[in-house]
Design a binder for this molecule. Structure first.
Ligand code: TYM
Length: 344
């Protein structure tokens, strides 16, 4: 069965958005608007799998929304909303909790990382998180999901859940006129030179909101001075840059900075090395500071302006939620019929 192409992705409103979120996800969100209908969600239900200060959660939700708009997402042509305003996400997640197998969830590396040694004390929500993520995508029967590399395993689980639902309910899916499959197999879009942006302090660690060192990441709201300081302090090795990509292999920090440059300049790593092969890090870092400030500066200042305007941001979210709900409700009605729930 063929499904209408639809893009869905989500970003958690927890802490500062950083360059990894921007290059791994948001830049792709912006691009896909040209070719697809897109739904972009601020996933507040996901955020509370780890305790959040309520006032901070509200603030971060508005910040992510502002980042989307400041980066070039058009909330009128596409849909931007926060997850908790559309109840279909949580409803479908429950049904998926009954489809997904414990063994599948036990394999999720992100849960292991986030729960750490104190697994017994992690929330049930943190464990079931990938099932909610599958519901986010499939409640719109979305077909394409732009994400960073770290979400790949969750996307594979979403595909397994879709397939098992289609198999488990094959008879009623067909008798209700949905053909052979009700849910599509959502395709992860993990492309380009910055699918996994690493910490500026340690090339073996992912750039992340939870790293205690702010020098490990560039935040979208960092001013030019902070960007310059962070890039200049970024860990490197003593060798000049290589002329070929091959030469980056055993040099994680160099590879990361070249990848960041390439993504910001919309070039390949090979092209960046054509320009900078043989250069010392000091001159490469100067060019990276200039490029980062030129690209991120206007986004950061527009974000700061937009977050002040609560009325505008909240109206974007409620309008987006109203439009998302129409699609989600239609899916949920069909799912209820397929599963055998009695409804109005
Ligand atoms: P989150 O909020 O952790 O991150 C948002 C997006 O940013 C990407 N990302 C990175 N990309 C490259 N390098 C990095 N260092 C880096 N850090 C983060 C993430 O891959 C993601 O695309 N579970 C998701 C949110 C979510 C979702 C969904 C995504 C909930 N439901 C449905 C897609 C579809 C998450 O926690 O992303």
């Amino acid at each position: 069965m063929s499904f209408k192409e639809l893009v869905f992705s989500g970003v958690q409103p927890t802490g500062n958005l950083h360059l990894g979120n921007y290059l791994g996800a948001i830049v792709k969100f912006v691009d896909l608007q040209k070719t697809h209908d897109c739904i972009y969600c601020v996933v507040d239900l996901h955020a509370i799998t780890v305790w959040q200060d309520p006032a901070e959660l509200t603030k971060a939700t508005r910040e992510v929304t502002a980042a989307f708009i400041a980066s070039g997402i058009d909330p009128k042509k596409h849909i931007v909303f926060n997850q908790s305003q559309v109840s279909g996400h949580a409803e479908l997640a429950w049904i998926f909790n009954c489809v997904a197998r414990l063994g599948w969830l036990n394999r999720m590396t992100q849960f292991k990382e986030k729960a750490g040694k104190d697994r017994e004390n992690a929330s049930l929500g943190l464990y079931a998180y990938p099932s909610l993520m599958a519901a986010d995508i499939l409640v719109y029967r979305a077909t394409h999901v732009p994400v960073g590399e770290d979400q790949k395993q969750h996307l594979e689980l979403a595909r397994d859940i879709a397939q098992k639902f289609n198999n488990d309910f094959a008879a009623t899916i067909s008798s209700h006129g949905f053909g052979e499959a009700f849910f599509p197999q959502p395709e992860p879009l993990i492309q380009g030179p910055a699918t996994r942006v690493m910490s500026l302090r340690d090339g073996s660690k992912k750039m992340s909101k939870s790293d205690p060192s702010d020098y490990s990441r560039i935040n979208l709201t960092d001013d030019a001075d902070s960007i310059a300081q962070k890039v200049r302090k970024a860990k490197t090795d003593p060798e000049p840059l290589p002329s070929e990509e091959e030469g980056l292999k055993a040099r994680p920090e160099a590879d990361n900075l070249v990848g960041i440059f390439a993504a910001l300049a919309d070039k390949s790593r090979a092209d960046v090395l054509k320009d900078f092969g043989g250069a010392q890090f000091s001159s490469f870092k100067n060019a990276l500071v200039d490029l980062s400030v030129t690209k991120l500066g206007p986004i950061g200042s527009e974000m700061k302006r937009l977050v002040q305007d609560h009325a505008y941001i909240d109206s974007v979210l409620t309008d987006g939620a109203d439009r998302a709900r129409v699609i989600a409700d239609k899916t949920m009605n069909a799912v209820k019929d397929i599963v055998g729930f009695v409804r109005k």
